[in-house]
Design a protein around this ligand. Structure first.
Ligand code: SAM
Length: 232
């Protein structure tokens, strides 16, 4: 198997993500961005009174597995897949499978209640995005949820950071409208979308509750789109 771009980046991945604005935003908490995403996903299920302890979670493009490890205790089974063997090399305690073909998810039809793809799509060529979304639809159980989290191109600070981050040299950001179109094109039903990452960690500790009032404004640093595979 030929090494992927992320295989080459993986040994210095954290250093290559470093950026003065990004680092200040995360403050003292190195896992701030992953924590915010795991909380967002947890709240999605809590708001609907859905107990996730019997559910199966797959993280597509799981990278180093931070989100998987943060959410592992919430789910009965957690799994990750990625086109990069090296990115996943140090993940432990979670099932991982290598995605040999970027457009084929190495899991069976209808096998997951939740599929996440976090900051993956902007690395996927635009023409391939519908096929990847169709694959995500395939591995979801009927009624299962797809959560896509992406950088928000409408946020100028996000755009600036992406433009100077080596990891994102191949990035083509997608607007939430494109993300919604991809989900709809794969036959997924819209459930919810929200913009988040308005406040840096130092402020979020005190006024984080205010983000709840800003989720519909398209200016947060990232957005999360939830959609659902129809029941029948
Ligand atoms: C920016 S990293 C994000 C990793 C992780 N999701 C996170 O939030 O930290 C993007 C990841 O997507 C993976 N990737 C890129 N294209 C992919 C595809 N078609 N299918 C699965 N993974 C892919 C890369 O190998 C890389 O690990």
């Amino acid at each position: 198997m030929r090494p992927t771009r992320f295989d080459e980046l993986s040994s210095s991945y954290e250093d290559l993500l470093r950026d003065p604005i990004r680092d200040r935003f995360a403050g003292q908490e190195s896992t701030f961005f992953h924590r915010r995403k795991s909380e967002l996903i947890r709240r999605f299920f809590r708001r609907r009174n859905i107990d996730t302890s019997g559910l199966r979670h797959l993280d597509v493009g799981c990278g180093k597995g931070e989100l998987l490890s943060m959410l592992r205790a919430d789910f009965k089974h957690s799994a990750g897949c990625d086109v990069s063997v090296d990115m996943m090399r140090e993940i432990t305690g979670v099932e991982t499978r290598v995605q040999i073909d970027p457009l084929q998810i190495p899991f069976e039809d209808g096998s997951f209640d939740l599929v996440t793809a976090v900051c993956v799509y902007h690395h996927v060529p635009v023409a391939d995005r519908p096929s990847l979304t169709q694959e995500i639809q395939r591995v979801l159980k009927p009624g299962g949820i797809f959560c896509m989290i992406e950088h928000n191109p409408r946020n100028p600070v996000t755009r600036l950071i992406v433009s100077r981050t080596p990891v994102d040299a191949d990035a083509i950001l997608l607007e939430a409208a494109e993300a919604r179109g991809l989900a709809a094109g794969a036959g997924l039903l819209p459930v919810e979308h929200s913009y988040f990452l308005y406040f840096p960690q130092t402020l979020y500790r005190y006024v984080g509750w205010m983000e709840g009032m800003l989720t519909k404004l398209p200016f947060g640093g990232q957005y999360a789109l939830f959609s659902q595979r129809p029941l029948a």
